[in-house]
Design a protein around this ligand. Sequence first.
Ligand code: PEP
Ligand code: MG
Length: 905
Amino acid sequence: MKRVFFFGEGVAEGAGLGKERLGGKGAGLAEMTALGIPVPPGFTIETTVCAEYTRAGLDGVRREVTDSLARIEASTGKRFGDPSDPLLVSVRSGARSSMPGMMDTILNLGLTSATVQGLAALSGERFALDCRRRFLQMYGDVVLDVPKHDFEEGLSRSRAARGVASDADLTADDLRRLVAEYEEIVRRHAGKPFPEDPHEQLWGAIGAVFRSWDNERAKTYRRLHHIPAEWGTAVNVQAMVFGNRGDTSATGVAFTRDPSTGEKKFYGEFLPNAQGEDVVAGIRTPRPVNADGSGTSLEETMPRAYGELLRVRDLLEKSFRDMQDLEFTIEDGKLYLLQTRNGKRTGFAAVRIATEMVSEGLIGEKEALERVEPEQLVQLLAPVFPLKEKADAVAAGRLLGKGLPAGPGAASGRIAFTAERAVEMAKSGAVVLVREETSPEDIAGMHAAAGILTTRGGATSHAAVVARGMGKTCVVGAGEITVEPRGAGLRARDLRAAEGDWISVDGTTGEVLLGQLPTRPSEILQVVLERSLSEAESPLYGAFYRLLGWADQHRRLGVRANADTPGDARTAVLFGAEGIGLCRTEHMFFEERRILAVREMILSETVEGRRAALAKILPMQREDFVGIFREMEDRPVTIRLLDPPLHEFLPNDEKSIAAVAAELRVSSEKVADRVRGLHEANPMLGHRGCRLGITHPEIYETQVRAIFEAAAESIRAGGRPRPEIMIPLIGTRAEFEKLRDLVAQVAATVAAETGQAVDSKIGTMIEIPRAALQADKIAAAGCEFFSFGTNDLTQMTYGYSRDDAASFLPAYVEAGILPEDPFASLDADGVGELVAIATERGRKANPALKIGICGEHGGDPRSIEFFHRTGLDYVSCSPYRVPVARLAAARAALAESGAAASSTA
Ligand code: PEP
Ligand code: MG
């Protein structure tokens, strides 16, 4: 079977094969070639070879590679290793989903001490030597494991000796000495001379790029982005074109639309006389592609190439029907495209681009939904700095500088100057990672930080690309700020800051300020919640609203919210919740004026005493429910009866013990004794949930009475409340039956008293494995709904304490024992099997059973996909995640119908 695919001169063997086999870069090169866009010829070794490489090396593709190399030679008219006019190639990784900077790349391959002479004769000595020193460094680092800093030290020494700041100012003589020094560094570390045979170089490079799939930073990136290890990377070998061939040459990157805002304007940066990594590495600050009046833009300095680039941009957007991130090189005035891929973008840009492309007729609604990751919506809700506080800080002289806005939102945090320190410091509070520039090694620190600031680099630098992908607040290229060596601090004009000092970065404007700033709601929240901005004033809100409207048309899962107060209920409805899936009544008990009555209830030793205390609680609970019913109108409201163990409500300091004692007219000692008496060794598995309802029925009776009295009152006020009474922690049918009868009896009594019939339901949480297995018995006992409490279900299925698992889960994930934290994303294999069993058995016994989920997983997109496939009726999550869940539910439905379509095709 063919596994190496040539592209060049309008022929692309791999066109249409797709990213699965060719990787993103390979597929892009093949498509561009087929579109007639100027692409230097090359070939792609497909992704399946990556896994095979570890077992069997490259023997399986040796002949195909050699044949394809010959085709590059034929098409360029140059020969590999030809001392008079050598063919040079780049060797690059390219996975199915882009992993910016995580794997290795080698440029200028084919340069030997003989071919460097030929290149010098043709293109100038300085240029040839510059290529050679870059190649020695990259190949030494990637293939021969020579420590990078040895090369970098050599380079800074040369710059210092010549007294220049930029590599571009080194002379041919400097470079000749540097090349000799690099060759020596390689010999010393590798124990043998640098390979002089270009074929040996090529095989070494291909192998190293395949190996780089498994380097530590690639593995971390895959874990963070849920990319399967089996995918593997492809390898692309391509004839070099040179952006560092003098002032008519350049290299750059561009986006077909603005990746920060999504605005439909061409957006890019370039560096004259430079090679690819110079732009992304952020070492020299690049210039804009579009004219900006500075006279240095590409549009102004190379208008022909710029015009050609605009033509390519239109072709690419029409053909790929998505925003493209492209890399180009101009060699002696001629434009070449080296890469195109779907560009990474902020949540703002994702929503805007998807909806505008629908308006432009480029894509349909379903595709628009597939283009926005549910998690990206969180960014649209992320806080911003209030204008006034920011202006005050600026007026007070705290503005450190301004860089390019590269990642959304606003963040204040303590300064960390290294990724390691960021990870450490983030354990005890918000951190802003401050670096000259970031590199792939910093990925863990970037993840841990609340915000990222770099003093160099442009909008396509590593920091910007990665932060955008993570949805993290980021400012890059804040050139007025200087980071001092070895974490000594930062300074800007007369301002200074050290590690641990507060700093604030505004990812929307690029401003960087000393000190901590408060934050305020985002634009969307200003429209939805505050109403301080009208819908018409916010095109972003318009796009957000349209997209979620399409999501609602395509999803099958209902979306409810977990809300305990009328305020939360209102927020939930404004975000589109169709009901409350979990109202945790215990939160109502904690309110200041109530906790005393609650404590009285718990601490009194007689039923009468408890009833007296409960009588004080009843009106307050009733008032809460009236408020919630009012906000929810005729939407269902699932109310869970008291769940946590009683001691959670108890006083544990002397002052509050004395207060309860005074109220109960007993001694403090007696109260303290009772508190000790209620202590449990393992409260999560102790006297909580329905067990409380069974031993202290008066508690549940009071709560149910409050609910039905509130419902009656709401009906009298013209409402249509729909309470659903939910019993927590059921493990047996008998428990459910007993409490079902209690609820029914109180409901009947209240109905008789008020004369109001309430449309209500009774059901249970399924959060104990036994309940999942006995779901048919429970469903048959008059149970009208199930709601999976996947927090407890995960805890009890794994036997991991929810409150203690943080001490070992990170180590488990790190070691690959668990793919991720099962409390954050549902374990589909184990916990999920219990969910599936309970759903099937429950529905068999009671086909009308409504089934939902209200654990934390209800707001997690991947878990939502599982709940969709398992056939649940709804998910319930925190109000702010309702938009995420709506989109995730739609995407789950689309993924399923897409899968169905392709399996019948
Ligand atoms: C659950 O266990 O998943 C649940 C929703 O209840 P809680 O988190 O209150 O225990
Ligand atoms: Mg629970």
